[in-house]
Design a protein around this ligand. Structure first.
Ligand code: IPM
Ligand code: MG
Length: 360
């Protein structure tokens, strides 16, 4: 029997708390399916800065490269706000993405029917929302050269970031977009700023060319500003979205609100040989350490790990169903609770989901 080696990188803030629950759920899956998991923890982000002075210690990167999949928590927080830019906690995550060539970030935003009223948006707007945002993750402004700050003698300065994409980078993420759309409702929307940016003009040209290989998928293009509006105006018009790194960062946070809470959103980063799975929500320093964070995004990330890295589709479904059932029964963490709901903590929510996974 193969042993699935999972690198566990909880990171900072609520990353620590929610990742623990996702690991428990995977252990439960191991118990019922007979699959064997081996979990090995490593430091990343602020936790790694504190221990080693670096946000991505070489030992962590080695562990990730040797693993079958990576379960990631979140990185960053006020404690590390003032460290030099190159060793910020966030750089740990950016370096892993680049080193492992994780160029496609899948962020599903699904509005669970029982959570329609948890969204600050109207029921009539969010009901039925089921979007997959595919964000390019290793190019664009995040990594483009030249970048840096020039300080002038008069106290002024000039700072540069570069948005850069090659045909190859656009093509591979576009293909991922079409492949994913093909398994969904066969509608891909490519988001760009083609009326202003030359990078977007190349983006649109390449995506349009790739579309010829996918005649069964309907492709449309939308400008990023218009997309930001459409997402809160009529989110049900979207199926699969593909876009560049920075636009995807912004739009996926916006899409998260359609699902009721950031605490519900998982993600998968794919492309290289090892996939990385992380909740979209970040470290949430305001609630870290209180045991009240919603572990569902991390648990659903574990389900994505089973689906995309280990091809354990039945077990992935089982986790998703367990989450659904627990929500149907009215169990809520603080972020998704209505005024009359009894509020559960992180571990209690984890307990319930583990029980449902075990029971099937
Ligand atoms: C995300 C986060 C990261 C990003 C930060 C933490 C570097 O916002 O995964 O969306 O900007 O990519
Ligand atoms: Mg973000």
């Amino acid at each position: 029997m193969t042993t699935h080696r999972i690198a566990v990188l909880p990171g900072d803030g609520i990353g620590q708390e929610v990742t623990e629950q996702a690991v428990r759920v995977l252990r439960a899956v191991g118990k019922i399916s007979g699959a064997s998991f081996e979990f090995e923890q490593a430091l990343v982000g602020g936790a790694a800065i504190d221990a080693t002075g670096h946000p991505l210690p070489p030992a962590t990167l080695e562990l990730c490269k040797k693993a079958h999949a990576i379960l990631f928590g979140a990185v960053g927080g006020p404690k590390w706000e003032n460290v030099p830019h190159e060793v910020r906690a966030e750089r740990g995550l950016l370096a892993i993405r680049k080193e492992l060539d994780l160029y496609a970030n899948l962020r599903p935003a699904t509005c669970f029917s029982m959570l329609v009223d948890a969204s600050p948006l109207k029921r009539s707007v969010v009901e039925g929302t089921d979007i997959m945002v595919i964000r390019e993750l290793t190019g664009g402004l995040y990594y483009g050269e030249p970048r840096g700050v020039e300080r002038f003698a008069d106290g002024g300065a000039r700072a540069v970031n570069t948005m850069v994409y090659t045909t190859r980078e656009i093509e591979r993420v576009a293909r991922m977009g079409f492949e994913v759309a093909r398994k969904r409702r066969k509608h891909l929307t490519s988001v760009d700023k083609n009326n202003v940016l030359v990078v977007s003009q190349l983006w649109r040209e390449v995506v349009t060319r790739v579309a010829k290989d996918y005649p069964d998928v309907t492709l449309d293009h939308i400008l990023v500003d218009n997309c930001a509006m459409a997402l809160v105006h009529k989110p049900t018009q979207f199926d699969t979205i593909v876009t560049e790194n920075t636009f995807g960062d912004i739009l996926s946070d916006e899409a998260a609100i359609l699902a009721g809470s950031m605490g519900m959103l998982p993600s998968a980063s794919l492309g290289g040989t090892v996939g990385l799975y992380e909740p979209v929500h970040g470290t949430a320093p305001d609630i870290a350490g209180k045991g009240i964070a919603n572990p569902i995004a991390a648990i659903l990330s574990a389900a994505m790990l089973l689906r995309y890295s280990l091809n354990m589709l039945r077990e992935a479904d089982r986790i998703e169903k367990a989450v659904q059932r627990v929500l149907e029964q009215g169990h809520r963490t603080k972020d998704i609770a209505g005024p009359n709901d009894k509020v559960l903590g992180t571990k209690e929510m984890g307990d319930l989901i583990v029980q449902h996974v075990e029971r099937g």
